[in-house]
Ligand binder design. Structure first.
Ligand SMILES: Nc1ncnc2c1ncn2[C@@H]1O[C@H](COP(=O)(O)OP(=O)(O)OP(=O)(O)O)[C@@H](O)[C@H]1O
Ligand SMILES: [Mg+2]
Length: 304
């Protein structure tokens, strides 16, 4: 795969087979990276960003290098550094340079995936901008590092994140394309939970829709600043399935709903972030969401 070769429809369907839904986002990502562009994926946690990039880079046969954007991400951490012990013995050389993720991605023609780009310090962003613009960087005592044609910078940002966050400066945002990813619909999330848990059978047929429904409920509750992603639904389904099994109950049991609530507290209470102003607790919020599903709309929650 090079810049000159667009992704074929065969390749595209192979990538799509590893994703539930996301046809549009995949197409937009392929259009951006296939045309040699760098981009930022903007969306809350758990919205397929890594899954899409893994599928694309594996199809292209190139590495995906992760780096977390935070205040500690110095230019030296991003580019690489000289091994201090070896420098003492041998002096600086290209040989004792330990490449950082940027140098690795450029040399190997991989995607450099920077999570929470907006948290990285300004001088680190500048280093990155140079690499993106020139497709090469000059490293003192190492020389020129040139990027293979498939090198890309893909960043991610969480729009709801308000802890330790600065907005991207216009000089950075002006150099990136942007693709927004939102939560998927109910049917797609049920498909993801089925795929990732591998649960099947009549109990799974009840547990999976319930897990997705209550997880989606955490995103709509007025006291919640940020609810749970589909990761919470995956864990709710697994924990509920196991807890029901441990208690010897099935989907028709009168104790199903109470058992399901216990599983929700395990899988979801740590995953919902309440508004600072609110007096309530994650457990009370979960109880309200549980009541919506199992008491107020029992018809929807019934098996079959
Ligand atoms: N469209 C999808 N198809 C299949 N599995 C998915 C899909 N979206 C998410 N998942 C599953 O949900 C989980 C979270 O997805 P992923 O890691 O891609 O999210 P992310 O956007 O990278 O999140 P974060 O911002 O927290 O890194 C993974 O277990 C992944 O397998
Ligand atoms: Mg991710």
């Amino acid at each position: 795969m090079t810049d000159a070769e667009p992704t074929t429809s065969d390749a595209r369907s192979r990538i799509a087979a590893r994703l539930v839904g996301r046809e549009r986002e995949l197409e937009l990502v392929l259009a951006a990276v296939g045309s040699g562009r760098d981009l930022v994926l903007e969306g809350p946690p758990g919205t397929s960003k890594t899954t899409i990039l893994k599928a694309v880079t594996e199809e292209w046969g190139i590495p995906l290098l992760f780096v977390e954007g935070n205040a500690d991400l110095t230019p030296a951490k991003l580019v690489g550094h000289h091994n201090p012990a070896r420098v003492l013995r041998e002096d600086y050389s290209a040989d004792n340079f330990v490449p950082g993720p940027l140098a690795e991605a450029m040399r190997q023609g991989g995607f450099l995936y920077i999570e929470e780009l907006n948290r990285a310090p300004e001088d680190t962003l500048n280093t990155l901008l140079t690499a993106m613009a020139d497709r090469r960087i000059e490293v003192p005592r190492v020389g020129l590092i040139e990027a293979l044609p498939t090198f890309r910078v893909v960043a991610s940002m969480n729009p709801y994140d308000n802890v330790g966050t600065t907005r991207l400066s216009t000089s950075v945002s002006d150099r990136l394309n942007r693709i927004v990813v939102a939560y998927q619909d109910r049917a797609a999330e049920e498909g993801i939970v089925a795929l990732r848990t591998g649960l099947t059978g009549t109990l799974a047929d009840r547990v999976i829709p319930d897990a997705v429904a209550v997880t989606r409920g955490t995103r709509e509750h007025p006291a919640v600043r940020q609810g749970s992603s589909v990761r919470g639904a995956i864990d709710t389904a697994l924990v509920a399935h196991e807890l029901l099994r441990l208690r010897g109950r099935d989907e028709a049991s009168g104790e199903y709903a109470e058992t399901f609530y216990d599983a929700m507290t395990v899988a979801l209470s740590g995953r919902i972030h309440l508004d600072e102003a609110t007096e309530t607790t994650p457990e009370l919020v979960l109880r309200e969401i549980w009541e919506d599903r199992f008491v107020l709309e029992p018809a929807q929650a019934e098996p079959g």
